[in-house]
Design a protein around this ligand. Structure first.
Ligand code: HEM
Length: 409
């Protein structure tokens, strides 16, 4: 199978779906080129992705398993080097990863997620009340004025962040997934929140609450060991970094789809599809995380006849996997909440699968119906083609979502 692809990964994410298609043209497992001539692999096939994601021989720990990085062959100015240097659960491998995952699982329970529901409803209602004050004809950016404030509040409620620290901490969380920032900028944003987080953890040690920070401090293995304070701080930063922009994109992408596809809005308005159908179709066709750096085989790994050599970087293209014609046929690219099969891998699969899935779905299931119930006649304020992409290679989102809230009640 032809797997040598000339596709250069666009760091500015101008057309993530077009790029996924271009890679797929070279097979579901193909080579790609990263900036500064760094060679990598990209998996765009759904079946191949599932196989790779479920294969325990793929590590996300560059420090142990990326051969060129270990050999000092990756230039320090390589724009994705932060992903190689990152030390967190999502870049740990084997027992080191399993341990962190077990401990965070003790604090991030289904009960804790479900307990957030009334708070999410209250937050959503409060933001919608504020939006309803907009004068007729005003242009409101739903991403900045609805999705972001909603998700920010939910994450801070989850973690137990006091009001005065919320701005700083959230900026740091967002910076971690913004690949348009330089390593220095990301470092500065993360550094600024570190003090806040360390202070928060100290405060929760003294006075625990019913929140994630306190839950992580209390989480213990069977032998009584737990997370160090440094690990708790790291975990909270990881949750902010992974749980904010992703849900913002899910809510914003779903709203954009309904605003631009009147037949789809009609389907949900008339109850022929559910909000959950809309959310699942958004995850399939507009995966909020388009691709995530990096994985490395700890040995040569064969997928669908292609051998990925040990130690080479692999990108999982979640966006393309959801649009795989081998699974979804000729209409794979079309957003259709009524389609029977909405299989996707937008939350990953296997040992690194998303720990925040239930929370993300809960937020979207509260935020979307409430938004469209309050402003049922809402329209885009600019032509759809003018709503630009987010300009990152990792996330699939809109830069903004300007609307007229006509018909606000
Ligand atoms: C629509 C929203 C979300 C999407 C699309 C999403 C997507 C993903 C994906 C694709 C992965 C796997 C990455 C890989 O295998 O390389 C992942 C992992 C992860 N997600 Fe999410 N996520 C979402 C929301 C959240 C939320 C709300 C949280 C936390 C509050 C969260 C926390 C995490 C963490 C900590 C990991 C790493 C898991 C590990 O390393 O074991 N995510 N997410």
């Amino acid at each position: 199978m032809e797997n040598v692809s000339p596709v250069r990964i666009d760091m500015t994410g101008t057309d993530v779906h077009g790029e996924g298609e271009a890679i797929r043209a070279h097979g579901p497992v193909a080579q790609v080129e990263l900036p500064m001539g760094v060679r990598a692999w990209s998996i765009t096939g759904y079946r191949e992705g599932r196989q790779g994601l479920g294969d325990q021989r793929f590590s996300k720990d560059a420090r142990q398993h990326w051969t060129a990085f270990k050999n000092g062959e990756i230039d320090p100015t390589f724009p994705l080097i932060v992903w190689a240097r990152m030390e967190a659960m999502n870049t740990a491998y084997g027992e080191a990863h399993d341990r962190l995952r077990r401990l965070v699982g003790k604090a991030f329970t289904p009960r804790r997620v479900e307990a957030l529901r009334p708070q999410i409803e209250k937050t959503v209602t409060g933001i919608l009340d504020g939006l309803a004050q907009a004068a007729p004809g005003d242009v409101v950016d739903l991403k900045a004025k609805y999705s972001y404030p909603m998700v920010n509040e939910v994450m801070c409620d989850l973690i137990g962040v006091p009001a005065q620290a919320r701005g700083t901490i959230l900026r740091g969380g967002m910076a971690q997934v913004d690949s348009s920032l330089s390593e220095e900028e990301i470092g500065a944003a993360v550094g600024a929140v570190f003090g806040e987080m360390a202070g928060l953890v100290q405060a929760k040690r003294q006075e625990p609450g019913d929140d994630m920070a306190s839950g992580l401090l209390a989480a213990q293995e069977d032998d009584g060991s737990g997370l160090t304070e440094q690990e708790v701080v790291g975990m909270l930063l990881l949750l902010l970094g992974t749980g904010t922009e992703t849900v913002v994109n899910l809510v914003t992408n779903a709203a954009f789809a309904l605003l631009t596809l009147p037949d789809q809005y009609e389907l949900v308005k008339t109850g022929r599809v559910s909000w959950r159908d809309v959310i699942e179709e958004t995850l399939r066709a507009e995966a909020p995380v388009v691709q995530m750096p990096f994985r490395f085989g700890i040995e040569d790994i064969e997928i669908n006849g292609v051998t990925i050599p040990a130690g080479e970087p692999v990108l999982m293209n979640f966006g393309a996997m959801g649009r795989d014609p081998a699974i979804h046929g000729a209409t794979a690219d079309r957003f259709d909440a009524a389609r029977a099969n909405k299989d996707h891998l937008a939350f990953g699969y296997g040992m690194y699968h998303c720990i925040g899935t239930a929370l993300a779905l809960l937020e979207a299931e509260v935020a979307l119906p409430a938004l469209f119930a309050r402003f049922p006649d809402m329209t885009l304020a600019v032509p759809a083609a003018q709503v630009g992409p987010q300009h990152t290679l990792i996330m699939n989102g809109r830069s903004e979502l300007p609307v007229h809230l006509h018909g606000a009640r």
